[in-house]
Design a protein around this ligand. Structure first.
Ligand code: MF3
Ligand code: CO
Ligand code: CO
Length: 286
């Protein structure tokens, strides 16, 4: 069928359509849904922040987040997510990734220790829309010089990636900007995990690589929704999967950090859905 100008205009008016690459182009309803979901995701991280203290278990953080999310009429997307083959469904409501854990750490009864660096990754489903966001936390009052440098650089990498997002821009530039910044700081960029499209599904096209990849040819269009969530390592970028089939750790056991925002391409740039209502960006939070 001929894709006339009139048909294209008609599609623009519709709430939703899918482009040639299988990427959903969202309309007004999507933006409204994602603003609500993104805000609750960010509020969940704001809520948990004062609870991140030495002696607190990640199970306790998980329970506080579960209660907050469900009391707000939402669903924690990780809970029972993604079981297939020999991998069990994810058993908790948030991911808690400490020190050398790259991502998808499972909350447990182990206590946080002074000096730990922690990522908390929250995904909430509000009226069917997914708000996916994570931040880093310093446990206690004495992060190492290296931990501070890693966490600051990782935040700056995420923002450098986000700043590449505008209509007509290239998804490849996101990965390139992140890799450039990380490698100038002599850190490694994780390859095995990437950002993703999202909306009414948790993980969708496109894959958002955090390094330069010549096969990434997607051009941004207004209405695309996705995450940018670089994982940056002090040492090698290589990771290892633990026997639980979820927890990814650095191969050399050195520190890893990650931040994540959910965002949209807009008519003139980007809109971040998961900004902190408290204005919190990277630690220390006060
Ligand atoms: N929130 C993670 C992401 O950024 C996904 C977690 S899936 C889980 O995509 F099952 F591990 F929780
Ligand atoms: Co994500
Ligand atoms: Co996430």
């Amino acid at each position: 069928m001929e894709n006339t100008k009139k048909q294209r205009e008609q599609k623009k008016m519709n709430a939703l359509n899918i482009n040639e690459e299988g990427i959903t182009i969202h309309g007004k309803a999507g933006f409204e849904g994602m603003r609500k979901a993104g805000k609750l995701g960010a509020q969940t991280l704001d809520m948990i922040t004062p609870h991140v203290q030495p002696g607190v278990t990640t199970d306790e953080l998980d329970k506080l987040c579960f209660d907050f999310i469900t009391k707000n009429g939402a669903i924690p997307a990780p809970l029972n997510y993604g079981g297939e083959g020999d991998r069990p469904p994810f058993p908790k409501s948030i991911c808690t990734s400490i020190n050398n854990v790259v991502c998808h750490g499972i909350p447990c009864d182990k206590k946080l220790m002074n000096g730990d660096v922690l990522n908390i990754d929250v995904t909430v489903i509000v009226d069917g829309w997914h708000g996916d966001t994570s931040r880093m936390f310093f446990v206690g009052n004495k992060p190492s010089v290296m931990a501070k440098r890693l966490v600051t650089t990782t935040y700056d990498c995420m923002m450098a990636g986000i700043e590449q997002v505008k209509p007509g821009g290239s998804l490849r530039d996101v990965g390139r900007a992140i890799q450039d910044m990380a490698e100038k700081a002599r850190f490694g960029v994780v390859r095995e995990f990437c950002g993703h499209g999202l909306g009414q599904v948790f993980h969708a096209a496109p894959s958002v690589l955090h390094y330069d990849d010549p096969y990434t040819t997607t051009i941004f269009e207004p209405g695309m929704f996705f995450t940018i969530e670089p994982m940056i390592n002090v040492g090698t970028w290589k990771t290892k999967m633990l026997n639980d089939k979820w927890t990814a750790v650095t191969k050399d056991k050195k520190l890893s950090a990650q931040f994540e925002h959910s965002l949209a391409v807009t008519e003139d740039g980007f809109e971040i859905f998961t900004l902190s209502p408290k204005g919190w960006t990277k630690p220390p939070y006060d």
